[in-house]
Write a protein that binds this ligand. Structure first.
Ligand code: FES
Ligand code: FES
Length: 160
């Protein structure tokens, strides 16, 4: 049986048909064609499918789609404003924090959740925040440097 699932995706209300066994990752990628959340392990281990649910990072491969009814989901597609990249996106780019890019959306969203709560985290706090996001290309140092640069205020917020 299918249900109409209504939630807010990147600030816009969406309605989509979903089955009780569909994960949020299934719905985002296969029904809504939002492709930044990646299907890595599909069992909660890699963090590549990370999205923000009401501002908190969650594994979309472990989140049942129907459980997000009425809630706010953010993916990397929702970060840029008026065609301008979010400070974290610019910092990742300029610090070479993405190689193949498979882990990058999840890394950026994990970092965003941290900085939204704690704009000036310590190195250890950043490491902790991204510790659930695996990078097979080994960009951890570059990711750390990019997040630290944003935390130091080197990348201005995009104006509305
Ligand atoms: S695809 Fe969800 S944690 Fe790996
Ligand atoms: S940049 Fe390739 S997995 Fe992280």
């Amino acid at each position: 049986m299918k249900y109409i699932l209504s939630f807010v995706l990147n600030g816009q209300p969406v309605d989509v048909l979903a089955e009780p066994t569909d994960t949020l990752l299934d719905v985002l990628r296969e029904k809504l064609r939002v492709m930044s959340p990646k299907r890595g392990c599909d069992e909660g281990d890699c963090g590549a499918c990370t999205v923000l649910l009401n501002g908190e990072p969650v594994r979309s491969c472990l989140t049942l789609a129907l459980s997000v009814a009425g809630q706010e989901v953010m993916t990397v597609e929702g970060l840029s404003k008026n065609g301008k990249l979010h400070p974290l996106q610019r910092a990742f780019h300029e610090h070479y924090a993405a190689q193949c890019g498979f882990c990058t959306p999840g890394m950026i969203l994990a970092a965003k959740a941290l900085l939204d709560k704690n704009p000036h985290p310590t190195r250890e706090e950043i490491v902790e925040a991204i510790s659930g996001n695996l990078c097979r290309c080994g960009t951890y140092q570059e990711v750390l440097e990019a997040v630290q640069a944003v935390a130091r205020g080197e990348y201005a917020e995009v104006k509305e």
